[in-house]
Design a protein around this ligand. Structure first.
Ligand code: FAD
Length: 352
């Protein structure tokens, strides 16, 4: 069981910045994210797009902003459960919560901060009979640990950046990489399309277009796929160890929608006059996932909400301590492992 002060569901920019604000108050955080990497929409949808409305940054690439946030929170040593979706919540008698992921990892905390953005990104799956039989037995929808494909025969399907970039990457470690796309044209960056073409010419990527995977075969695990040309309907079988359809991810509020929270237009209603708490005391919702009158879905607004949420969480955890936060400075903090770190901290004027 992972124990923490604030359990943050969603490691997008809002969830990451909440770690910083909580750290200033010496509260420990652990983040859960369904995606294999932190950064939410910034990492998953538009890492190379410049952002112009982050105070103090005339221009910053979304991916760089995430890198900077990760650097900023490093001294506070947050824990991460990545590639797992927060699925169930249970409220204990003392008012604390246990959150269990789809992989069964349990987390215990007095405060839950839902920073789930547009929701957990669910992979778009191909419509193939027996697909679920091979999930985790050769079929995967995202690449979490590329090393497991070393010396394997890998088939990637898709026409976007993920399919192109992973084909290029795996060409270096897999024994065979096949890229199948239903059209001859790709939607990804020109640079990546050209690189795939080069690797095809060198015999390092087997490019099959316009085609799609129409059948999966194998007793216990995936052994072979059937591929059909979309123009001539001609079919071939190909021996593979792994099939990775990369057809994009669609966001869904998902299991959080069943946690008894007040939902309005696919977002969680919060009290913005106070602290972004939901209708369940101890559960906050911050960033794109929440709604209140005048809500704006911007990174800047998520940062503000995270800040006020942490102040309120501190009061819930330490109801007898009264304080006024003044500004940040640099000082030593004790890491979760007990080590002393140089880190920013809040100058707090205690009034108790
Ligand atoms: C193309 C594009 C351009 C944009 N440009 C700008 C811009 O220039 N400036 C700006 O301010 N904003 C911009 N935005 C909006 C900005 O990206 C969002 O406001 C911001 O990402 C919200 O951050 P967040 O952390 O609240 O949510 P997200 O970034 O959506 O992150 C939420 C995370 O929660 C995870 N999650 C959700 N549910 C679960 C669950 N049950 N279990 C585990 N994990 C879960 C998701 O996997 C995700 O990683 C843009 C958005 C897009 C799509």
């Amino acid at each position: 069981m992972i124990k923490t002060d604030i359990l943050i569901i969603g490691a997008g920019p809002t969830g990451l910045f909440a770690v910083f604000e909580a750290g200033l108050l010496q509260l420990k955080c652990h983040l859960i994210d369904a995606l294999p990497q932190p950064g939410g929409q910034c990492s998953e949808i538009y890492p190379k797009k410049p952002i112009y409305d982050i105070p103090g940054f005339p221009e910053v690439l979304a991916g760089e902003l995430v890198d900077n946030l990760m650097e900023q929170i490093k001294p506070f040593q947050p824990g991460f459960t990545l590639g797992e979706r927060a699925e169930k919540i249970e409220k204990l008698e003392d008012g604390s919560f246990i959150v269990t992921t789809n992989k069964g990892t349990q987390h215990h905390a007095p405060i839950i901060a839902i920073a789930g953005g547009l929701g957990s990104f669910e992979p778009r799956k191909p419509l193939l009979a027996d697909l679920s039989k091979y999930e985790d037995n050769g079929v995967a929808y995202m690449i979490k640990e590329p090393e497991i494909y070393r010396d394997k025969k890998v088939l990637i399907a898709g026409g976007g950046d993920s399919a192109l970039d992973w084909s290029i990457f795996l060409a270096d470690i897999a024994s065979e990489v096949t890229l199948v796309h239903r059209r001859n044209e790709f939607r990804g960056a020109l640079d990546s399309v050209e690189k795939v073409q080069q690797l095809k010419n060198q015999g390092r990527i087997n490019l099959i277009t316009p085609s799609e995977v129409v059948g999966l075969h194998g007793d216990e695990k995936l052994e072979k796929v059937s591929i059909k040309r979309t123009d001539t309907s001609e079919e071939i079988d190909l021996e593979v160890d792994n099939f990775i359809p990369l057809f994009g991810l669609s966001p869904k509020l998902g299991p959080i929608a069943d946690w008894g929270l007040e939902i309005e237009k696919n977002a969680i209603k919060v009290d913005n006059t106070l602290d972004y708490q939901t209708n369940i005391p101890g559960i906050y919702a911050i960033g794109d996932v929440n709604t209140y009158p005048g809500k704006l879905k911007l990174i800047l607004c998520g940062f503000h909400e995270a800040t006020l949420m942490c102040q309120s969480a501190y009061q819930r955890i330490f109801p007898d301590k009264k304080y006024v936060m003044k500004y940040t400075t640099v000082g030593g903090v004790t890491g979760f492992d007990g080590s002393k770190k140089e880190a920013p901290k809040a100058v707090i004027k205690s009034i108790d």
